[in-house]
Each structure stands twice: as structure tokens, then as C-alpha cells.
Design a protein around this ligand. Structure first.
Ligand SMILES: C[S@@+](CC[C@H](N)C(=O)[O-])C[C@H]1O[C@@H](n2cnc3c(N)ncnc32)[C@H](O)[C@@H]1O
Length: 327
């Protein structure tokens, strides 16, 4: 299965698909530091281009069986506060237009879970439906898909000519009943039990333990502010036991392998790139479910109806006595 990744970043999504045996042949992004990291880690190239300038005819020549991508999501704020006309939300529609022109057998679109409340998602769905895709739509909790992190992400997955909901059961039922902790995944790799993660507001705690899933890895990483006030929910009240995690440690929580090469990228860029990424194991989980679906579908050979009629056992055209004599 040939795959193309659009908005590839440093390659979290690509890496998960490669892990499951898909052949990613090309990737695209418009941000140099992310492209550089991507190209240091994969044998196929990532090209730097603004997706508005990416010609679908060029993609058709690559003949991908699947297009995967996570369009940028900053403009989907929660109910009532959205400003989807600023530009980034449009990239979700641009992605839909590209997919619907290239018409690969499958596509995957990953995004933040609040996209379900946006005005953009129904518009994108209409495009995919009109083009002939059967759609699965799910929100997955990464901590139940092999990632030691609470991170809810929306996936819209299409099969050309498929039925709606084709992958839902597989994706939902494959999740584990309990969440994975950092310790479950990395053991004592960080050498500290407690760490600091800057809260969005001081009504929230900032101190976490490795014996629980990490909160969502975001694109910023701040030091412990002087005079930090211990919160009721903090995993320890002893601030001397606590340190912030390094960017590379946060990349490990994003389930990038230890040997993934982040080059010497500037810290603020790297925090953003790592926080943007689809955790490798979450991508691998989704890729694995698509792979299972494909392999089952391909083992089931569809028999044309005339053949089925020939194969069906024929009703016995004899009386019981005649049958008894014949046997
Ligand atoms: C959410 S991140 C994708 C993360 C990636 N899927 C991963 O797993 O690592 C979105 C990416 O879209 C890229 N991007 C934003 N606007 C773009 C545009 N107009 N053309 C191409 N890429 C763009 C950003 O540079 C960023 O890397």
C-alpha cells in the first residue's frame, strides 16, 4: 500500500504507518525545521511546499493507495468561540479537496477532538461523501491505544466505495480498558517519579507522577515558576522532588523511539514540532486497524451471484422412498 502524508511535520503519523508495513512514498509540509527532521529519519523524501500550491495532478502520478494527514488545528476553539475564517480551518477543506481529486482507496484525517463542534467538519464530510467515500469518525484516547498520555484525537477515515462506519467497531473496541502510565511504557527512564507540566490555569495542578498517564504534550514547555503554589491535586507536595521534562523526554511520551533524530533543532521549534505530532503508537494503532480490515476483506473473495447459485446445495428432487433406494 503506497501512502502519501500531507502536513507531515516531523513524521509522527508517517512513522506509525511505516511501523505497520505501509510504504510511505512522499510527504509534504511547509515548515523547514519540521521537514529537516523528517528527512533525517525516513528513506523517502518530504518536500517543502505550501499545500495550496500542491497540485493534485502531481499526487495522482504517485498513485497513492492512501493519503494521510493532520491539517493544522489551532482555529477550532470550543463552542461559540471559534473563528474558522482565519485560515487554518480552511486547510481541512483544502485537504478534503486534494483527497477528493486524487481519489485514493483510503484516506485518514487526524485532528483535535473539538473539530466535531466546528462548522468546518460537516463541510469536509459533505465533500468526501459526494466523492464516494464511506466514512468512519471516531475520537480515540491515546492512553488506551498504547501511548502513556491523555490525548484525545479525532480521526476521519474514508474508504472509497465503502460503507459509513466501516472501521468504527475495530477502532473503538481495540482500545484497552485502562490508560497506560509513563512507567508502563518507559519504566524508570526519566529517573524521576515526579515532573512539572505547566498548567493552562492555576486552577489546575502542575505536578504529575510517572505512575499515571501524562497530560497532553503541547507545543510549549515552561519551567517551574518561582513561588509555585502547591495544588490539592499535585502528585507530591514536595517541590524539591520535581523537575520539568526535557523536550526529548516529551518526545518519548509522544512514543518516538529513542533513536529518532531531532537534529539540533532550536528548542522552541522542537517543542512545537513534538507537541504537534501524532504519537507514533497512536498512528500505529490506527494503521494496524486499517491493515486488519484490508487483510480480512482481501481473504474474503466475493463470488458473483450466478456462481453462488451454482454452488448452493440443490433441493432434493426425489421422494423420501426414491432417496432411500438411491442411498
Ligand atoms: C498538526 S501538524 C502535523 C503533525 C504531523 N502529522 C505529525 O504527526 O508529526 C500540522 C503541520 O502542518 C504544517 N502546515 C501548516 N500550514 C501549511 C501549509 N499551508 N502547507 C503545508 N503545510 C502546512 C505545519 O508546518 C505543521 O507541521
Amino acid at each position: 500500500m503506497k501512502v502519501v502524508d500531507i502536513f507531515c511535520g516531523c513524521g509522527g503519523l508517517s512513522y506509525g504507518f511505516v511501523k505497520q508495513g505501509f510504504e510511505v512514498v512522499k510527504a509534504f509540509d511547509n515548515w523547514t525545521p519540521a521537514i529537516n527532521i523528517y528527512n533525517a529519519n525516513f528513506s523517502h523524501p518530504a518536500e517543502q511546499i505550501d499545500v495550496y500550491l500542491l497540485n493534485p495532478e502531481y499526487l495522482k502520478k504517485l498513485a497513492p493507495d492512501m493519503i494521510i494527514g493532520g491539517p493544522p488545528c489551532q482555529d477550532y476553539s470550543s463552542a461559540g468561540l471559534h473563528d474558522e475564517n482565519k485560515g487554518r480551518a480552511d486547510l481541512t477543506l483544502r485537504y478534503a479537496d486534494i483527497v477528493c481529486e486524487v481519489l485514493p482507496r483510503f484516506f485518514v484525517m487526524e485532528n483535535v477532538d473539538r473539530i466535531v463542534k466546528s462548522e468546518t467538519l460537516p463541510k469536509a464530510i459533505t465533500k468526501y461523501k459526494n466523492a464516494g467515500y464511506g466514512l468512519s469518525q471516531v475520537v480515540l484516547d491515546a492512553s488506551k491505544c498504547g501511548v502513556p498520555q491523555k490525548r484525545k484525537r479525532f480521526f476521519l477515515i474514508g474508504e472509497f466505495g465503502g460503507r459509513d462506519g466501516w472501521l468504527d467497531d475495530r477502532l473503538i473496541n481495540g482500545q484497552t480498558a485502562t490508560s497506560m502510565s509513563i512507567y508502563d511504557y518507559l519504566g524508570n527512564e526519566f529517573g524521576t517519579e515526579f515532573y512539572y507540566r505547566h498548567p493552562r490555569s492555576y486552577a489546575r495542578r502542575g505536578i504529575f507522577s510517572i505512575f499515571e498517564p501524562s497530560p497532553t504534550v503541547r507545543g510549549v514547555n515552561r519551567p517551574i515558576p518561582p513561588g509555585y503554589k502547591i495544588h490539592n491535586g499535585d502528585a507530591t507536595k514536595d517541590i524539591t522532588m520535581v523537575r520539568p521534562l526535557t523536550t526529548l523526554e516529551r518526545a518519548r511520551i509522544q512514543t518516538f523511539p529513542q533513536n529518532f533524530n531531532f537534529l539540533g533543532t532550536k528548542k522552541t521549534d522542537l517543542e512545537q514540532i513534538v507537541g504537534n505530532a501524532v504519537p507514533v503508537e497512536l498512528a500505529s494503532y490506527v494503521a494496524g486497524k486499517i491493515k486488519e480490515y484490508i487483510s480480512i476483506k482481501e481473504t474474503f473473495v466475493e463470488v458473483p451471484i450466478e456462481e453462488q447459485v451454482k454452488l448452493r446445495p440443490r433441493p432434493i428432487q426425489m421422494t423420501f422412498e426414491e432417496f432411500a433406494v438411491a442411498n
